[in-house]
Design a protein around this ligand. Structure first.
Ligand SMILES: C[S@@+](CC[C@H](N)C(=O)[O-])C[C@H]1O[C@@H](n2cnc3c(N)ncnc32)[C@H](O)[C@@H]1O
Length: 157
């Protein structure tokens, strides 16, 4: 499940990774030509009807949820951070219903005023959260990726 997918870079990689037996469902407010093997829903992830369409397109639980969603910046830091955080919290709530029990959630966040609350919400929902700063992310940028996954039950394979 690829949230905030346009123009489609992550979706393309995800489609390659899951191969023919897998399924990638992507959403964005912007139009996108979905790469082969990707089911695309256009609309805002904050719209319950759009989330219902995503659930239907997935047809079951997702193994991985990716969120690279970032709202258009207004230039007012507090507003931008609050909007970005709203998307992250909505994505966490969506994971509660769509993610398979041992699934993983990767989300882009900014290290701003909302960061502590996001980290706490992720820890509550998943237990284990790792921070990652990929080489492709500019060093001076305050963006960071958080990888959350629930621990496997003992003997669960
Ligand atoms: C950094 S871009 C994503 C790039 C993408 N991961 C790729 O590999 O091509 C962030 C995206 O989040 C989308 N976005 C922002 N708010 C959204 C919302 N409410 N619902 C869905 N997508 C949203 C934007 O339209 C934008 O395309």
């Amino acid at each position: 499940m690829d949230l905030g997918a346009a123009p489609g870079g992550w979706s393309e990689v995800a489609a390659r990774r899951v191969g023919k037996g897998g399924r990638v469902v992507a959403v964005d407010v912007l139009p996108m030509s979905p790469p082969a093997g990707v089911r695309f829903v256009q609309g805002s992830f904050l719209d319950p009807q759009v989330r219902a369409a995503l659930r239907e397109a997935a047809g079951g639980r997702a193994d991985v949820v990716l969120s690279d969603m970032m709202p258009n910046v207004s230039g007012i830091a507090a507003t931008d951070q609050a909007r970005a955080a709203e998307l992250v919290h909505a994505a966490i709530a969506f994971c509660e219903e769509i993610l398979a029990p041992h699934g993983a959630f990767l989300v882009k966040v900014f290290q701003g005023a909302e960061f502590g609350a996001i980290l706490a919400a992720l820890r509550r929902a998943f237990g284990s959260v790792k921070t990652c700063k990929p080489a492709a992310s500019r060093a001076e940028s305050r963006e960071l990726y958080l990888l959350a996954r629930r621990p496997r039950a003992a003997g669960g394979g």
